[in-house]
Structures are given as structure tokens and as C-alpha cells.
Design a protein around this ligand. Structure first.
Ligand code: EPZ
Length: 430
């Protein structure tokens, strides 16, 4: 087990390169199960969620060649197992994409449901399973394992009861080789949905409308291999933008798609932070204490829920009182207890938090409750005066490539310290 030790109060200055998008790559790697040739994928982030997904595919019999730290060649023609056990799925929530991918590949899947999660209460799969059934699959759950099978999946019109990233992705994976037309209405529109659609189309699929409420998929009989590069990570970029703002810094965040960051940029500008957009970069300059603002998380293109904990740190030290409404997850304010230890003044009532801005946070021993809460703890430690120690950094390693190196290069005083081994608890990614 490791911890981060941060001596705060230093402005972040310089530049940071953003890695490939975690939530795109954890969908695109399972999607290679649909290809009947080799897929070469570049700009893959070196994070533990990706390592776990690669491990699962390898256990299923895929041939995976690491060309370099961020480039893989995946050949799934040798995959000979269509069952995935809980031992593998318990570590990674996105393992449920294997159901849609295996259904799309061979009309059969036997995949253990992922474990619980660290936030948001129960994370249901009802929309995923409903989508599979509407494509003609027989779906049952037996001892925590999803069994899904079909003679031949058949396209259908599916109106999502809930805007769900995971369910939209899983239905896309199942539908690309189904017979006929599938229409997904009330679809999620996140950048990683579009990235998956582009990947599938580069394999010869016929997916149109990704990024809008309506995605149309015409089934094709065969998908070939492809060369593909993952889009930059919107949430990693947003995390560094907020870190720059919270430390009064001046940072150029490079290798981004500014359009993906519009809602984050708008909120930072409302807080009095300067954000200068380039073609593939944004420069964040914070010259004074941030102003207060109100924030409501929404599905894309609204403000992303995965940036909510990070923004809460900025608003915790803003001039005035701010309100955050979390509309996507039931209970995503667990991290507030940690900020309170640092002197923050935040009241939480269900899905709403009221943040009374304080002059400064004070360093303290804190812990990461989940991936994005952990990122928020790092921002809090960087902005605080004094030393902070952050435990459970295993969560942060799931979604942030080389975060210590990237922050140190911008002047942060952050170290990764080994602590004596504690029993490794089963954690499931967000
Ligand atoms: C994805 O989770 C992301 N994870 C999450 O990011 C992110 O918070 C979430 O989308 C929202 O953007 C990955 O992409 C791996 P949802 P997902 O299905 O797909 C309800 C991170 O930090 N719902 O869009 O699980 C659900 O309860 C992680 O990278 C149903 O009711 O989220 C929630 O209230 C954390 N039934 C809402 O929909 C279902 O069948 C949105 O969930 C599915 C979801």
C-alpha cells in the first residue's frame, strides 16, 4: 500500500500532457472481441483499470502485444472462453462491457457482475440487461453471474429509461453485429461514447449519431481489425485545470480537445479564473482567490459528475457560499468528511452540498474514498498550507497516469511513500 505526502501552498506553474481517456479505453479494449483481426490501439493510459482489463482479455485467451507503454496490439481470434469469473470482474466495474462484447461476438456471455462501488449507493445494471433483452437475448442472473444468450441478436428500438453511459455502451457493443437496425434513444452523449463509436466504425461497423440523443446502428456480419488512437481524457484534463485554479497557478494543459472541456471551463471562468483555449490545449491562470458559484452535475454536455469532488475543493476556499447539486449519483459527497478535517465548512443534505468558503485549508492525514474523491484530496493537499498524507492511493492509480511525476514537473511537492503492507481490500473501480 502506498500513500502520497504533499507539502502544500505552492503554485502549479508550467505544463502537463493529458493521457488517453480511461472511460473510452475500458470500453474499446472489450470491443476488440468483435474484431476478426488484429487491432492496434495508441494513446492508451498506463493506469491500473487498463492493466486489469488487459489481464481479463488475456485470461480469456486473447493475444496482447505491448508495443510500448501506451500502444497495444490485440488479437482476439484466439479467445476461447466466454465466461468471466468474479475473481476477475470484482476489481473493475467496466468488466460488464464484456457481456455486450461477447453477445455481439457469439450471442453468448456468462460474466460475473462487478462488485459494489465506493460511491453512489447501488449501481444498477437494469438498463443494460433490458437493452440486451430488447435485442432478443435471454438474460438471467444466477449467483451474481449474468447469463445472456440468443439464437441471433436482432436490432430493435430502445428508449433508455435513464441516461446511462454504461448501458449505452453495452447496447452498442451487442448491436453492431445484430441483424437489422438498432435505435438507441435517450442515449448518453459523453466523449467516450463517440470515441467507442469511431472505434467500432473503424472496424467496419455502421454506427451513426453518437454524441446525440439518438444512436442508429445497422448490424454488419463482419468486423475487421483497425489502427486507432484513444481521445484525451476529459476528466484528467479537468482535474489539472482545477488543481491550477486551486493553487493560484498558471498551467498549460496540453493534448486536450477544448470542446470536451467547455462546461469545466465555463465554471472556472465564473469563479474568476482565466482560461485561454488553444487548438489542443487550455491555459489556466488564477491570480486571486476564486469567487463562489453554484454547480449542478448533469450528463454530457452538462457539468460532469466525475469533476464534482474536484470542484468542491475549489469552492471550499472560494469567496462566499456555493451550492453543489449532484444529479447523477445518489450519494457522491463521502469525501466531504475528509475536507472537513482540513478546515472546510461544508454541509451535505442528500444530493446537495452547501460550501461556505474558507480562507485556507490546513494539511491533515486524509484518505481517498474512490478515484475522483482521491483526485480531490490531492488538489486539497496542494492548495492547503502544511503537510497532508493521503492514504488509499490505489484508487487514484486507477485513473491517473504518472500523477506524481506530472504534478512535480509543475512545482508540486508530492511524494509517493510505501507504507507497510496492509491486507489488500477488494476495491471496485468507479
Ligand atoms: C460511467 O459510469 C463512468 N464509469 C463513471 O465514471 C461516471 O460517473 C458515470 O458514467 C456518469 O458519467 C465508466 O465509464 C467506467 P451511468 P456508469 O450508467 O456507466 C443510473 C469515473 O470516475 N443507472 O451513466 O456506471 C445510475 O445509478 C467513474 O471514471 C441505472 O439506473 O454510469 C446513475 O444514477 C466513476 N440503471 C445514472 O444512471 C442502469 O442500468 C448514471 O449512471 C445504469 C445506470
Amino acid at each position: 500500500m502506498d500513500k502520497f505526502v504533499i507539502h502544500g501552498g505552492k503554485r502549479l506553474c508550467g505544463e502537463v500532457n493529458i493521457s488517453g481517456a480511461k472511460n473510452a479505453v475500458v470500453a474499446i479494449i472489450p470491443a476488440t472481441l468483435l474484431a476478426e483481426d488484429v487491432c492496434r490501439i495508441e494513446n492508451i493510459p498506463n493506469i491500473s483499470d487498463v492493466s486489469m482489463m488487459i489481464k481479463i482479455l488475456h485470461e480469456m485467451g486473447a493475444k496482447i502485444k505491448m508495443i510500448n507503454e501506451n500502444t497495444l496490439e490485440i488479437d482476439t481470434r484466439t479467445v476461447n472462453s466466454y465466461s468471466v469469473s468474479y475473481d476477475l470482474t470484482k476489481h473493475l466495474r467496466a468488466s460488464y462491457y464484456l457481456i455486450g462484447a461477447l453477445l455481439g461476438r457469439c450471442n453468448f456471455a456468462n460474466v460475473a457482475m462487478p462488485g459494489g462501488c465506493n460511491f453512489g449507493g447501488v449501481r444498477p445494471m437494469d438498463q443494460h440487461l433490458r437493452g440486451f433483452e430488447m435485442l432478443g437475448a435471454n438474460v438471467s442472473i444466477d449467483k451474481g453471474v449474468v447469463n445472456a444468450s440468443a439464437e441471433k441478436l436482432t436490432g430493435s428500438s430502445i428508449y433508455m429509461d435513464v441516461v446511462s453511459v454504461g448501458a449505452t455502451i453495452n447496447i452498442m457493443l451487442a448491436a453492431v453485429k445484430a441483424r437489422g437496425l438498432t435505435v438507441i434513444e435517450n442515449a448518453a452523449k459523453e466523449p467516450h461514447i463517440v470515441d467507442l463509436a469511431n472505434f467500432l466504425n473503424s472496424m467496419g461497423a455502421d454506427v451513426r449519431g453518437a454524441g446525440t440523443d439518438v444512436i442508429k446502428i445497422r448490424g454488419v456480419p463482419y468486423l475487421h481489425g483497425c489502427d486507432y488512437s484513444i481521445i484525451p481524457d476529459q476528466i484528467e484534463a479537468g482535474t489539472y485545470m482545477v488543481a491550477a485554479a486551486a493553487t493560484g497557478g498558471d498551467v498549460v494543459v496540453k493534448n486536450v480537445i477544448p470542446k470536451h472541456l467547455e462546461s469545466i471551463t465555463a465554471k472556472l471562468v465564473e469563479c474568476g479564473v482565466d482560461v485561454i483555449e488553444g487548438d489542443d490545449s487550455v491555459r489556466v491562470v488564477a491570480s486571486c482567490r476564486p469567487n463562489r458559484c453554484n454547480l449542478k452535475t448533469m450528463p454530457h454536455p452538462g457539468f460532469p459528475t466525475d469533476m464534482q469532488p474536484q470542484m468542491a475543493v475549489l469552492l471550499a476556499i472560494a469567496k462566499g457560499t456555493s451550492i453543489i447539486s449532484e444529479s447523477v449519483w445518489e450519494n457522491r459527497f463521502k469525501y466531504v468528511d475528509q475536507l472537513t478535517r482540513m478546515g472546510a465548512s461544508i454541509q451535505v443534505d442528500g444530493k446537495v452540498a452547501v460550501l461556505e468558503g474558507v480562507e485556507e485549508l490546513k494539511g491533515a492525514p486524509i484518505k481517498a474514498d474512490d478515484l475522483r474523491a482521491g483526485a480531490a484530496m490531492i488538489i486539497a493537499g496542494l492548495a492547503a498550507t502544511g503537510m497532508s498524507e493521503i492514504e488509499n492511493v490505489i484508487y487514484i492509480d486507477r485513473g491517473y497516469e504518472n500523477i506524481v511525476e506530472k504534478l512535480s514537473a509543475m512545482g508540486a511537492d508530492i511524494k509517493r511513500v510505501k507504507i507497510d503492507d496492509e491486507p489488500t481490500r477488494i476495491q471496485t473501480a468507479g
